[in-house]
Design a protein around this ligand. Structure first.
Ligand SMILES: NC(=O)c1ccc[n+]([C@@H]2O[C@H](COP(=O)([O-])OP(=O)(O)OC[C@H]3O[C@@H](n4cnc5c(N)ncnc54)[C@H](OP(=O)(O)O)[C@@H]3O)[C@@H](O)[C@H]2O)c1
Length: 269
């Protein structure tokens, strides 16, 4: 299947102030898409927008928004419709995890994961999908994780949230058949971003060994989205792990994931 061209179309990237989100924006800019960059840290978004505009001669806009707040998501939609821009590409990337036993983590930490990783992701889809369908074109990419493929002790809520993202995205893609809109689920393994620092998970030697670079993961994911694939697991080692987790008895895959994701709690950012 050939890749769509997206030159001149508008793409919205959530969580563009860091890591994968910034690299999704760079990759889309390289392909000629105009960009709306969303996250809480406005200064970083502005620096990235300036970098991409200078390099690729595309238009950019920056909207600072805390996606964990329902009103902020409605305000984001209002800002988009005031700007009069049709969003053809939606990258639902903003997300976080909290490492540690559920018993030890606070409700506020776990609730933020659920609010950003699940509720904001579904809400944004609800807000932006109808227009894509009525225009007959849309490309959606949403961030799951290899954590979606089995329960993950020490990331219990995060793993469950990413299983939700994967299931929702693949079902949605099927429901959208024939509308011109597609939804691709990307499930990265450990990737070199700020994720682990935010999750307060000190890097282990296993994580160092298997981690992928964020620009490479972003390139693979955008290519899969533009080929209208329903899902992709970047990196052969991650794809193999996801496949093995599907085949293994659930108790075994859960125990292995818990073993691989153990580690020290890092300092609070
Ligand atoms: N890195 C990995 O190992 C890995 C593996 C699998 C999946 N993922 C997924 O990849 C996605 C991107 O994460 P990353 O690895 O690039 O981590 P990251 O470097 O920590 O980036 C996370 C992004 O999400 C944004 N964000 C967090 N909370 C937000 C909120 N309340 N409102 C708006 N934006 C918010 C952050 O921006 P602000 O702080 O400026 O708001 C930041 O831009 C996440 O969904 C993550 O679960 C990561």
């Amino acid at each position: 299947m050939g890749e769509d061209t997206i030159r001149g179309r508008w793409a919205l990237v959530t969580g563009a102030s860091s890591g994968l989100g910034a690299d999704f924006a760079r990759e889309l800019g390289r392909r000629g898409a105009n960009l709306i960059l969303v996250a809480r840290r406005q200064d970083r978004l502005e620096r990235l927008a300036a970098e991409i505009e200078a390099k690729h001669r595309v238009e950019t806009d920056v909207i600072a928004s805390d996606l964990s707040v329902p009103d902020a998501r409605d305000a984001l939609l209002r800002a988009l419709s005031d700007g009069g821009r049709a969003i053809d590409i939606l990258i639902k990337n903003a997300g976080l995890g909290v490492h540690g036993n559920f018993l030890d983590n606070s409700w506020e930490e776990e609730r933020e994961v659920i609010e950003v990783d699940i509720i904001a992701l579904v809400h944004l889809t609800k807000l932006l999908l109808p227009e894509m369908v009525s225009r007959g074109f849309g490309r959606i990419l949403q961030l799951a994780s290899t954590a979606a493929y089995q329960p993950v002790p020490s990331y219990a809520v995060y793993g469950a949230a990413k299983a939700f993202v994967a299931s929702f995205g693949e079902a949605l893609n099927r429901e959208l058949k024939g509308t011109g809109v597609t939804c691709t689920v990307v499930s990265p393994g450990v990737t070199d971003t700020e994720f682990q620092a935010v999750a307060r998970h000190e890097y282990t030697s296993f994580m160092h060994r298997v981690q992928m670079k964020s620009p490479q993961v972003a390139r693979i994911a955008i290519r899969a989205m533009l080929k209208r694939r329903h899902s992709v697991v970047p990196g052969p080692h991650n794809a193999l792990g996801a496949w093995a987790a599907r085949l293994a008895p659930r108790t075994v895959s859960t125990a292995v994931a818990g073993f691989l994701m153990q580690g020290q709690r890092g300092p609070k950012l």
